[in-house]
Each structure stands twice: as structure tokens, then as C-alpha cells.
Design a binder for this molecule. Structure first.
Ligand code: ARG
Length: 297
């Protein structure tokens, strides 16, 4: 499959006059093919171990996502999957990487714990990463840590523990904003909130407790607010390069909202992986470039 840099938005969806032209920024991602994918246990409400999965279809859909990134000019590193670790396809959970540092994951559930070592080995051998920090607390990497500009939004409530938020602040020297998730369907921050650019997010307020809702409203007064229907197809499990926003095909209203705001939605079908409770962002660990460190003179 190939993706073209999509044509200019149609007049019906033209950005508001005065909306600055958004430009994609080159990204570097890490992905893991779902070669050993299955739903053999249930650690979130999306998972039904009785439900058959089509591994070939899952691999084809995953390959489609990888191809979209490549067609858009992004770099994709691949980590080899391991038998017995069916959720390894959700590479976002393996670590948080910003600049030359990685903070390893420590999974909440025993079923996923061995993934952390595989990610450690991969990241220690990845160019550009010089420091790998061992996690002191349970954290599920970029499932619960989302970088917005020079701030890290950090989820808790189901997986990542609050002291891990503190460790992120210490390791990366960036301010961390803790947000508590309250709906088990939205068990990771990246199921309820998508980062669109350095100052814009889209989110589903009902996934957060009262403090979280208030914090998000204050921090992001211009945020896109997702509908319940879009949240319920994991529409917010999206990846943006500042202009193109890859999101699940079923999130149609969100795609319209994005177009109105001058982004280019790129729908991707990952329906097989949704059976394990994951979609675009879950499959994608971004190896973030560090933008806050002062440039040496
Ligand atoms: N089955 C996986 C789990 O429950 C899905 C992980 C999805 N990843 C994510 N970044 N939200 O852990």
C-alpha cells in the first residue's frame, strides 16, 4: 500500500482562514511485527481470549502502518518479536525515549514483564541512545508517557504508578504532569489522549478524573475534544508528525475535526490488533528528539 502526501484539504474541510500551514517533521519510530500475535489472556476490557485472531491479517495491517510511516518519510526501526509475548506488537509500552536517553519499562502484568528486557537489548544497540535507565517503578513507557513540546503528560490509575512520573522528571529533566485515568477501557494515557503538535492535543475528557479534566482544560484550551464514539474505537490512539495524523479508520468524526484544524488525517485499519486493545500509537514507540536541552555554543 502506498500513501501519498495527501492532496490539499477539500474546500469543505479547509482550515480556518489564518490557520498557519502545518509542516510534517521527520520522526523516528520503533515497531514490532505481530508475528506471534494472539489474545490468550485478558489484561484490559478489550481482550477476550475466546475470540480468534487472524495472525496473517494482523501482520498485513501492521505492515500497512509501517509502510505509511515510510511513505511519509519517517524512519522505522524494528524490534524482533518473541514467541510467547503476543503484546510485544504494542512497542510503545517498551520504554520512554527522549534524546539520547531511554527509561525502561516495568510492566504491571506478569504476562508482559519479559518484554522489558527485549526492549532494553534493542535500545542499548540503537544508534543515538547512549543511556539506558533501569526503571524503579511500574511504568508502561509511551503507553502512559506522552511528550508534548517540552512537557511530559503522564497517565496513572491502571498501569503506570505515580512514583514513575517522578522518575521521568528526574531522568529527562522535563516537567511531568500527572493525569489519572478512571475508565478501564482507557487504561493507558495513549488510549484517551493524542498529541497533535508541540502545543495541541486531542482527548476524551470522560476518561479522566475531575483533577485531570481540569488540568487538561487549563493546559490545552484549544484541544480537540473527541466524541464518545471516536474514543470507543480507540480513535485517540493516534500518531502525529505535526501535520499527518495516523488514526484508526473508524474514528470518522475525529478525522473531520482534524481536517478542520489544518491537520491531514491518515486513516489506518488495525482492526485485528484492536482485539488486544491497541491501535496506531500502541504499535509505535517514538524515539523523540530532545528539544529542550540548550544548544552548546
Ligand atoms: N494488550 C495490551 C495491554 O493491555 C495492549 C497495549 C496497548 N498499548 C498501548 N500503548 N496502549 O497491555
Amino acid at each position: 500500500m502506498s500513501v501519498i502526501d495527501p492532496a490539499a484539504p477539500t474546500p469543505a474541510h479547509a482550515p480556518e482562514p489564518g490557520t498557519p500551514q502545518r509542516r510534517p517533521r521527520a520522526r523516528r519510530y520503533l515497531m514490532c511485527p505481530p508475528r506471534f500475535f494472539e489474545v490468550g489472556y485478558a489484561i484490559n476490557p478489550w481482550m477476550d481470549p475466546g475470540l480468534p485472531v487472524d495472525v496473517a491479517a494482523a501482520n498485513a495491517q501492521w505492515e500497512g502502518l509501517r509502510q505509511v510511516y515510510l511513505d511519509l518519510g519517517h524512519e522505522v526501526e524494528v524490534i524482533e518479536p518473541e514467541p510467547g509475548l503476543p503484546d510485544m506488537v504494542f512497542a510503545a509500552n517498551g520504554a520512554l525515549v527522549i534524546g539520547d536517553r531511554a527509561l525502561g519499562a516495568s510492566f504491571a502484568h506478569a504476562e508482559r514483564r519479559p518484554e522489558a528486557a527485549a526492549h532494553r537489548r534493542k535500545l542499548e544497540g540503537t544508534s543515538g541512545i547512549t543511556t539506558f535507565v533501569t526503571p524503579d517503578h511500574v511504568n508502561e513507557g509511551e503507553g502512559d508517557f506522552l511528550v508534548v513540546g517540552n512537557t511530559v503528560l503522564a497517565g496513572t490509575g491502571f498501569r503506570t504508578r505515580p512514583p514513575a512520573h517522578q522518575q521521568v522528571e528526574e531522568v529527562f529533566g522535563l516537567p511531568v504532569i500527572s493525569l489519572t485515568l478512571v475508565d478501564p477501557r482507557y487504561y493507558h494515557l495513549d488510549t484517551a489522549l493524542a498529541v497533535l503538535d508541540d502545543q495541541t492535543v486531542a482527548y476524551y475528557p470522560e476518561a479522566f478524573d475531575a483533577d485531570g479534566k481540569a488540568m487538561l482544560k487549563t493546559m490545552f484550551p484549544d484541544a480537540l475534544i473527541a466524541t464518545e464514539a471516536d474514543a470507543a474505537v480507540l480513535g485517540l490512539n493516534a500518531v502525529s508528525d505535526n501535520y499527518h495524523v495516523l488514526l484508526p479508520t473508524a474514528a470518522v468524526a475525529l478525522a473531520d475535526q482534524l481536517r478542520e484544524r489544518g491537520y491531514q488525517p491518515v486513516p489506518v485499519d488495525l482492526s485485528e490488533l484492536l482485539k488486544a486493545g491497541g491501535s496506531v500509537k500502541c504499535c509505535t514507540m517514538e524515539l523523540h528528539q530532545h528539544r529542550s536541552r540548550p544548544v552548546a555554543h
